[in-house]
Design a protein around this ligand. Structure first.
Ligand code: VG1
Ligand code: CO
Length: 590
């Protein structure tokens, strides 16, 4: 990698920035005339570069399901980002001499935040900061880079599926050396530091040109700007049969990929269109925009309606997919055939062995608790273990590191494998494409075949968004209070066999996590789960997850909401959603 000489990056010591009198450079005259814009290596003495800036704790910096999320304007307040980043560095036991990966999903404030974090990394004496060009790195790409280069940690700037823009949301996630999200021990420590912080450290330097690939120095720290796509694209080539997929495309197979004006556009363009030969224009909404074009970058049938209407049109292509803000989610849809994420996970588990990267079979699978039990049925048939974890990718890390599982997934459209330690949207799309290329069936045919073999878990999630937080907590508390009495009783004609407040003990490190959702189980037949979201920024969001198993061959193609109607009413009777939340219907049904 070429090393670019000064003055590519222009340094300014803390004292030089203004006023001049304290300049420690020893070349004061020179400094006095040109300090504003051009300084010399003599000025890059790190001792004079770094400032320790006093600050005070800011409330509400507890990381949620996936990092800290808040309104963008909140993040832009003086000290808000800086406090959280310094707390993260502290929780990592400092970053002195360490190599960090840094990038984000391109949303509003991404570039500013990156400039601040680079200066803080230099102020905290990191050895190197590896930054995606223009500040762009998808979450799975960041994970891949941490692993490929043996980095110590990563910082990903994203509020993922939350809308962006100055009036939208912003977020920050810390990842650890395995490439995965910081586990709860680390996020708890970050939060503790945010409540005690008195100062943060920051190098005083000019902005770095992050649009140009190359290396720059900032004090003792090397800033390395890399191509955002290369490492990730190389990893994908190592897992899939590109020839087989290319042959599908040359044979007339058509697909649409909706990048939702979020981070996956550049990745999908390179991989699908340039490397795999999908037709130009296959990737729609390909350009990352600071506000995602005003959309909601959540790949579900509601928010990806443009893709959905195309996939249900008369001339629909064979395959459609979408990804979210930071590129870790995937939605899969065939021609006139939507695939629920829970079913997608099950289908991938059943067919992964057809693909080079997984030809040796799977060690085991894991799903988040509210994800349907469809994948458990496949694991059972394959004779491999199936794990059930709390919601959020951080809970898969230990299982993956220990080699207990190969494939993981969540009902919220996250799927991935042991190739990284994050969920991976484009990877799931490539796995589907590879399986379809080998099996030479349509998505609808593949689903029929799967359901006739394993049965079908009808599945739906009802979200009540932006509800009153206190009311939602009261509703959960009163349901929690009566859980013990529920087994053995029935509701709306359905017999309850078990009911609990999900708690999880990690089989690898023995750590326990409690209050991860209220489960009401109706034997092997059905389940309903109640959970409050941990990614919102305003009020509360209630998620109600419902699933019902069906293996009658004549009832495998029914309408989902119809099939779940008894269960939906049971959920209402159990929790009193309408009464507590003053809502008559969910805001989003997926
Ligand atoms: C949601 C999903 C969860 C996912 C998380 C982060 O969390 O339910 O499955 O891991 O978002 O995804 P919650 O707490 O709001 O239900 V992403 O792609 O927004 O980082
Ligand atoms: Co995401």
């Amino acid at each position: 990698m070429k090393r670019q000489a000064l003055p590519e990056v222009i340094f300014r010591s803390a004292e030089c920035a203004a006023p001049h009198s304290g300049c420690m450079s020893g070349v004061l005259d020179e400094c006095a005339t040109s300090c504003e814009y051009v300084l010399h290596a003599a000025h890059t003495d790190h001792q004079t570069m770094t400032e320790t800036i006093e600050t005070q704790p800011i409330d509400g910096q507890r990381p949620g399901t996936s990092g800290l999320r808040a309104r963008t304007r909140v993040f832009m307040q003086p000290g808000y980002l800086e406090n959280f980043i310094q707390a993260g560095f502290n929780a990592l036991q400092g970053v002195t001499g360490k190599t960090l990966v840094l990038g984000g999903d391109g949303r509003f404030y991404n570039e500013r935040a990156i400039q601040i974090i680079m200066r803080m990394a230099a102020g905290n004496e990191a050895a190197r900061v590896v930054v995606g060009r223009n500040g762009i790195l998808s979450t799975p790409a960041a994970s891949a880079i941490i692993r490929a280069r043996g980095c110590d940690a990563g910082i990903i700037l994203s509020a993922s599926h939350n809308p962006g823009g100055e009036d939208g949301d912003f977020g920050v996630k810390f990842n650890i050396a395995n490439g995965g999200p910081a586990p709860e021990t680390v996020t708890d420590a970050i939060y503790d530091f945010t409540t005690q912080i008195t100062s943060y450290r920051m190098a005083s330097a000019e902005d770095v040109d992050i649009s140009t690939i190359g290396e720059y120095s900032m004090g003792q720290t090397i800033i390395e700007i890399i191509d955002s796509v290369d490492t990730y694209a190389q990893l994908m080539r190592s897992l899939f049969d590109y020839d087989a997929i290319r042959t599908s495309f040359t044979g007339g197979f058509r697909m649409r990929f909706d990048a939702m004006h979020a981070v996956t556009g550049p990745y999908a363009k390179v991989i699908l269109e340039e490397e795999l030969g999908a037709a130009a224009g296959t990737v729609m909404n390909a350009e990352p925009l600071p506000d995602f074009g005003g959309g909601h970058p959540d790949p579900n049938p509601v928010h990806a309606h443009q893709l959905m209407s195309e996939m249900f049109s008369a001339d629909a292509p064979e395959f459609g997919a979408a990804s979210d803000g930071d590129g870790d989610r995937n939605m899969i849809v065939g021609r006139q055939c939507y695939v629920t994420p829970s079913d997608s996970l099950a289908v991938l588990a059943a067919n992964a062995h057809l693909v080079p990267g997984y030809a040796d079979g799977l060690a085991g699978v894991a799903r988040s608790m509210p994800t349907s039990r469809a994948v458990d049925r496949v694991a059972h048939a394959l004779g491999i273990p199936a794990f059930e974890t709390p919601t959020g990718w951080k809970f898969f890390g230990n299982l993956l590191d220990a080699g207990k599982v190969t494939l993981c997934g969540e009902e919220s459209a996250g799927t991935s494998s042991n190739h990284v330690r994050e969920k991976d949207g484009l990877w799931a799309v490539l796995l589907w494409l590879n399986i379809l290329a080998v099996r030479r069936v349509s998505v609808a045919e593949l689903m029929q075949d799967h359901w006739s073999r394993y049965g079908r878990d009808y599945y739906s999630r009802h979200d009540y968004e932006g509800v009153d937080k206190a009311a939602a907590e009261t509703m959960m508390a009163s349901l929690r209070d009566k859980l013990n009495e529920l087994p053995g009783t029935s509701v709306n004609g359905l017999s309850i066999t078990a009911a609990d407040d999900f708690s999880y003990t990690d089989p690898v490190d023995g750590s326990t996590t409690e209050h991860q959702g209220l489960r009401i189980v109706f034997g092997d037949i059905a389940r309903v789960v109640f959970r409050l979201s941990g990614t919102g920024t305003v009020g509360a969001t209630l998620r109600v997850y419902m699933e019902q198993f069906e293996d009658d061959p004549t009832r495998l193609n029914e309408d989902t909401q119809q099939m779940l109607s008894t269960l939906i009413e049971a959920a209402e009777q159990l929790a009193g959603i309408r009464k507590h939340l003053d809502r008559t219907a969910p805001d989003v049904t997926t």
